[in-house]
Design a protein around this ligand. Structure first.
Ligand code: DNO
Length: 358
């Protein structure tokens, strides 16, 4: 499997390409044109510029995370036709510059959700935290307002500003959208874009809902084994694949990551590997990658990837904030680099065992 690292781009990330390339086993950056709104076409010149930048450090740009899907596509409104055309054009442009995997999600309105981005841990580190009771009865519009006003100390990285701007209208629009409607709209989208992805040499990789259950009463359709299977069956093509994210699926103890890897591996072009610790009241916190620090057996997950002969891309996912690092929440250098070394250590041991040397 190939090691990659998420990079938000020059001037938009505290981590440099120089630092990234010094992490052992590194092959490429996972990137995006973060300034473009969902639905805009990704211009070839911009893609070429990122490719040239990364190449200076010997890194590839094979994996994009994410080409975001416009809400009109998720809602299934008539404007979706134009946005689907734009999406196809972006895929063609990305394919021309050698991009192999495009990660995306189909979460209505919000991307991932946490209630505390810098939750203190016993050893003085901080990490992303989800407080289940704080979410109960929380009005998302009030939440976003307080974030904008800076009155609760929260920022919401990964939430696209253009989504927040139309929040009121969006929530109203989703009132009449059931999970089945959302599934139909995803199928419509996939049927339209997968042939283009195939021609462009790109594997689409849907990211699970994070957390893997409904929030704010919105429909969620990428949260468990049955959902993933149904999505793979919507269009039976190697270009219709998964970003198997252990941390996103992990808050639901019924989600058996090892089984998913065994059953879906030929449709997993991209793996996100990280640990979380679940608490009995439904809270969870993002821990170090080590199996003994969290509720997920990361060593068993890495071994499962080895067992199935996984040749795709993986990245360590969020890390804790340690050693005083100031960084984007979850996206510092240190803990993610430690995560990679843990993952690679397990992988090397699996290799040796397979050769009868351990
Ligand atoms: C969080 C990420 C997500 C992910 C998108 C994929 O750190 O894993 O924001 O990039 O959901 O579209």
């Amino acid at each position: 499997m190939k090691t990659t690292f998420r990079w938000y781009g020059e001037g938009n990330d505290t981590v440099t390409l120089e630092q990234i390339r010094q992490i052992p086993s590194m092959t490429g950056v996972v990137w995006a044109l973060h300034d473009l709104a969902a639905g805009e076409v990704w211009p070839e010149a911009r893609i070429a510029a990122v490719k040239a930048q990364a190449a200076q450090y010997g890194l590839n740009i094979d994996v994009v995370e994410s080409v975001n899907v416009h809400e009109a596509i998720k809602l299934g409104t008539p404007e979706r036709e134009q946005y689907i055309e734009n999406y196809k054009e972006s895929l063609r442009n990305l394919g021309k510059h050698g991009v192999k995997v495009v990660c995306y999600n189909f979460m209505p309105v919000f991307d991932w959700m946490r209630t505390d981005l810098f939750h203190p841990m016993a050893d003085g580190a901080t990490a992303l935290f989800y407080d289940a009771s704080a979410m109960e009865g929380l009005d998302p519009k009030a939440l976003v307002k307080s974030v904008e006003e800076g009155s609760n100390g929260l920022t919401l990285p990964g939430w696209e500003p253009e989504r927040l701007a139309h929040l009121d209208k969006l929530f109203d629009a989703y009132k009449s959208v059931s999970e089945d409607d959302l599934r139909r709209n995803l199928k419509y989208f996939l049927e339209a874009i997968i042939p283009t992805a195939e021609q462009a040499g790109i594997k689409m990789a849907i990211h699970p809902d994070d957390p893997p259950f409904s929030i704010f009463g919105l429909p969620r359709i990428v949260k468990n084994y049955a959902d993933l299977k149904a999505i793979l069956e919507m269009v039976d093509s190697p270009s219709n694949g998964l970003t198997l994210c252990s941390g996103a699926l992990g808050p639901n103890p019924d989600n058996d990551l090892v089984q998913m890897i065994h059953d879906f591996h030929d449709r997993i072009p991209f793996a996100h590997i990280r640990n979380i610790k679940r608490f009995p009241n439904g809270d969870f916190i993002e821990t170090s990658h080590m199996s003994s620090d969290g509720s997920l057996d990361i060593a068993a997950i890495v071994r499962a990837y080895h067992d199935v002969g996984f040749k795709g891309y993986y990245r360590p996912d969020h890390g804790r904030h340690i050693w005083g690092e100031q960084c984007r929440p979850g996206y510092g250098l240190y803990d993610r680099a430690l995560g990679i070394m843990y993952i690679q250590g397990v992988w090397d041991m699996c290799e040796k065992a397979a050769r009868g040397q351990a």
